[in-house]
Design a protein around this ligand. Structure first.
Ligand code: UD1
Ligand code: UDP
Length: 381
């Protein structure tokens, strides 16, 4: 009888969990071929647990690494040492890591040190500037040197890898698993009126306005390179906009990083049309994305999700590793620059032509079948 391949998924933060969840379920559905193990580093704790809960994933191993206000050294050392023991104990045939976090890089290195074949999901995204985003651009470039399979979401990400000398036989264009996750959740909400109503009730409890009919802008922000002046500029811009457009609501689920929390609450805490709320579970977040007028963010994943729902995105960064949305015109880079943020938000609110031109449904990131393609490749390995 053919023996099953032992696949370990290692991840640690909210976006990794969301984007690995469809692969996890696909592997489970193919249990004749695969034994699946999930190791979470818990680089994030609460935000990771929300995503695990949403996607019904029960980790086999939990390194429980998060400490409040951790720095890159804490997480890097914790993951590398933690994964040494995990890989020694469980000896997977294949290790899958995702994207560009500290968990991803140091889990990948741990796999490489132990001669385990590593697959990189969401490979080949590049800004070509090691400081933007920091340290994520370094993390994904460095991971590219140690992994065996590069699962590139788009043609462009494949080209980036080829330019770096990666063997074409080790790269596959799969689409991004975030679209699998998004479709899964949208379908669940669509097909289950009970779930829909409970999400609506939950959001109505959090938001003290008519969010299903009033115009609101959805905001997120957490990038390290924006800490300091960048975040001050972003928050001051939102404050000025909130005063200039009193009929518009600004909804901001604030990332749990204390560096983000302090600045955001300090500058935006007392404005009646700015709604600062806790990070949302993925299902209510996606639902809110469907209802918002547009998005202001420095997040990576939201740049991929919002255009699928025909929502314009203003990206509060100078560079993006996801230029496909910018090229199509649904995403615009405005920097962490106060004047640019204000003028672009005002334009979207006041100029219907520009709003319409940015709100076309566009999805260059996948068709919802990325996980199946990855699993097919692993079956043939
Ligand atoms: C990390 C990733 C970033 C990713 C982001 C997703 C790195 C270097 N950064 O950044 O690429 O875009 O996650 O959100 O890997 N915290 C909590 N509870 C949580 C999560 C975070 O309290 O559930 C607080 C803790 O004080 C923690 C701090 O946030 O120490 C920072 O978390 P960390 O993972 O180091 O950085 P992020 O900015 O979240
Ligand atoms: N997200 C969420 N709740 C929130 C904010 C974001 O579930 O309150 C989801 C979002 O839909 C996306 C992911 O979290 O899938 C993005 O995470 P984040 O912005 O923290 O990280 P990045 O994508 O920048 O690495």
């Amino acid at each position: 009888m053919k023996s099953k391949k032992k696949i370990m998924l290692a991840f640690g933060t909210r976006p990794e969990a969301i984007k690995m969840a469809p692969i996890y379920h696909c592997l489970k559905d193919n249990s004749n071929d695969f034994e699946v193990l999930v190791c979470v580093t818990a680089q994030h704790r609460e935000m990771l647990d929300h995503a695990l809960n949403t996607f019904d994933i029960k980790p086999d191993i939990d390194l429980n690494l998060m400490t409040p206000g951790q720095d890159l050294f804490d997480v890097s050392a914790g993951v590398l040492l933690g994964m040494r023991n995990v890989l020694n104990d469980h000896k997977p045939d294949i290790l899958l890591v995702h994207g560009d976090t500290t968990t991803s890089l140091f889990s990948g290195i741990a796999g490489f040190y132990q001669n385990i074949l590593v697959g990189h999901v969401e490979a080949g995204l590049r800004t070509h500037n090691l400081h933007a985003p920091f340290p994520e651009e370094f993390n994904r470039q460095a991971l590219g040197r140690v992994v065996h399979w590069h699962f590139a979401p788009t043609k462009l990400s494949r080209e980036n890898l080829l330019r770096e000398g990666v063997d074409k036989n080790q790269i596959a264009i799969t689409g991004n698993t975030v679209i699998d996750a998004l479709y899964l959740v949208l379908e669940r909400i669509e097909l289950n009126p009970h779930k829909r109503h409970s999400i609506q009730d939950y959001l109505s409890e959090k938001l003290s306005f008519k969010w299903m009919s009033d115009k609101f802008i959805l905001i997120t922000g957490h990038r390290r390179e924006n800490f300091g002046d960048g975040f001050l500029n972003i928050c001051n811009a939102i404050k000025i906009l909130a005063k200039r457009f009193p009929m518009i609501r600004f909804v901001y689920p604030v990332h749990m990083n204390p560096k983000v929390q302090v600045t955001v609450r300090d500058i935006l805490g007392n404005l009646s049309n700015v709604h600062l709320i806790q990070p949302l579970d993925y299902e209510p977040f996606v639902y809110l994305l469907k209802y918002c007028y547009f998005v202001m963010t420095d997040s990576g994943g939201i740049q991929e999700e919002a255009p699928s729902l025909a929502k314009p995105v203003l990206v509060m960064r100078d560079l993006t590793e996801r230029p496909e949305g910018v090229e199509f015109g649904t995403v615009k880079l405005v920097g962490a620059n106060q004047d640019m943020i204000i003028s672009n938000v005002a334009e979207l609110l006041e100029d219907e032509g520009i709003y319409k031109s940015m709100s076309m449904a566009h999805n260059p990131y996948g068709d919802g079948k990325a996980s199946n393609r990855i699993i097919d490749i692993l079956k043939g390995a």
